[in-house]
Design a protein around this ligand. Structure first.
Ligand code: EPU
Length: 432
């Protein structure tokens, strides 16, 4: 398993380009199931989760190829298997995003239940209830969801009991080919949901209200193919801006959208960061230590849970106290113990972490536990004195495209070590 080795303490400077967003790309790939023509994707990030989704589509019989411009082409017209088996779903919960499209296209689907994951239980009950409201018959047997809509799905009013991002996306995709009108109330307003709606409209769908909490969809007979562009990754953007701030540096991210990150940027500014934004870029500078401030995660347009761990890393070296409340996932503080190993002063109280900033973190061997937690450990390593090694970086590779290369471009002293580069010496593994 690869590790990332960081020699910390160097202020990062410079400019890098944001990649396409994982969480926007995954539903877009699932939407290819709905098209009766090939779909080409621009700005698809090179990530493990994207490979998993492509394998899932290929497993259903889709023709998947990459052209010389690195654009991905997915043709599902020859797909025959309306299923997502456990072997693939267990490695990526977002595989459940194919349920709505498969049901809309084939009138039947078998998707393995994703089960819990490191950050929480994460059930998909709201996805299933919504599909039932649209006329699907659903039963769960031996860990698999079997869904049938032999006479096709029909539009329906759906009210989500809680905001769910992939739930909103799944039902939106199911509704575009359903008979009649669907309304999704208490819908997610995340930019990735808007990106999906825009792409579906481009394919011929009739959708209004995306970006608000009520989305209205009028079913159409068919969706065409076309060329779709993945929106920029706001979480990756926020992570690289954090890398600049935590090291007392000056980082600009281009090909991004400040409008998607308002709550995050506001909080950084409140903590003392100097922020400038343009049409498609964001620049963040730190003049000395930032101040500790408190945040609470909430659905968009609130503070994103996917940036909570990275923000906590910044707060670990800020001046004063910060109270960080996680309201979306019940177990999203797994970075805390690892940050403590690096000298952070953090106390946990249920869904709240109280961080008392320290002047310096010290490098240490730490272990990645989930995607965003891993990113926070890399950030802490960049700020820490001495060497940090982050193991199990396959978590990071699920969501960050070549993280060490991008950070190196900003001047970080960072290397990826693959197992073949480890040398066993006197019974001990030595990195070189
Ligand atoms: N929930 C239910 N029932 C459901 C669906 C959700 O109880 O049927 C609960 C979840 O357990 C959670 C809350 O509702 O407590 C919100 O979950 P949501 O459904 O919004 O999360 P998700 O759609 O599974 C997406 C992102 C996550 C991101 C969350 C919240 C994708 C592929 N994943 O997950 O991204 O944290 O929304 O914004 O879009 C990540 O990229 O690191 C990541 C975890």
């Amino acid at each position: 398993m690869d590790s990332i080795i960081i020699q910390g303490g160097k202020p990062l400077q410079g400019s890098i380009t944001a990649s396409g967003a994982k969480n926007a790309a995954l539903p877009l790939l699932a939407a290819a199931i709905l098209a009766d023509e090939p779909v080409i994707f621009h700005r698809m990030p090179h990530l493990r989760d994207i490979s998993t989704m492509l394998t899932l589509l290929a497993n259903q019989g889709a023709d998947v190829s990459i052209d010389d411009k690195e654009q991905i082409r997915v043709d599902t017209t020859g797909s025959t298997r309306a299923e997502a088996p456990y072997e693939l779903v267990k490695t990526m919960r977002a595989s459940a995003l194919v349920l709505g499209p498969l049901l809309a296209r084939f009138g039947t689907a078998m998707v393995s239940l994703p089960g819990g994951c490191a950050i929480g239980a994460r059930p998909i009950d709201m996805h299933l209830k919504g599909l039932e409201a649209m006329g699907a018959e659903i039963h769960v047997e031996q860990g698999n969801v079997y869904a049938d809509a032999k006479n096709g799905l029909k539009g329906a009013p759906v009210v989500f009991s809680n905001v769910t991002v992939t739930g909103t996306e799944n039902l939106m995709m199911a509704a575009v080919l359903a008979r009649g009108d669907t309304t999704l109330e208490n819908a997610a307003r995340e930019p990735e949901v808007v990106g999906l709606a825009e792409s579906l409209r481009q394919m011929g769908a009739s959708i209004e209200g995306d970006g608000t909490d009520c989305i209205r969809i009028q079913g159409v007979d068919r969706l065409s193919g076309g060329t779709l562009t993945v929106v920029s990754d706001r979480i990756e953007t926020g992570t690289y801006l954090a890398a600049g701030l935590i090291t007392g540096g000056d980082v600009t991210v281009t090909d991004t959208d400040a409008g998607m990150l308002e709550a995050y940027l506001e909080r950084l500014s409140e903590a003392g960061a100097h922020i400038e934004t343009g049409n498609d870029w964001i620049r963040c500078r730190a003049n000395g230590r930032l101040r500790g401030i408190s945040i609470e995660t909430s659905p968009h347009p609130g503070f994103p849970t996917d940036l909570q761990a990275q923000f906590m890393a910044i707060m670990c070296v800020a001046e004063g106290k910060s109270v960080i409340s996680e309201t979306i996932f019940e177990n999203r503080f797994m970075h805390v113990q690892e940050l403590q190993r690096m000298g952070a002063n953090i106390q946990l109280d249920g869904h709240t972490a109280i961080v008392q900033g320290v002047e310096h973190l010290s490098g240490a061997p730490v272990m990645a536990t989930d995607l965003r937690a891993s990113a926070s450990l890399v950030l802490a390593g960049l700020a820490a004195e001495g060497k940090t090694s982050v193991s199990r970086v396959y978590h990071i590779d699920r969501g960050y495209e070549r993280i060490e290369e991008k950070l190196k471009r900003l001047g970080a002293n960072i290397e990826r070590i693959t197992p073949s580069e480890h040398m066993v010496y006197g019974g001990q593994v030595v990195n070189f």
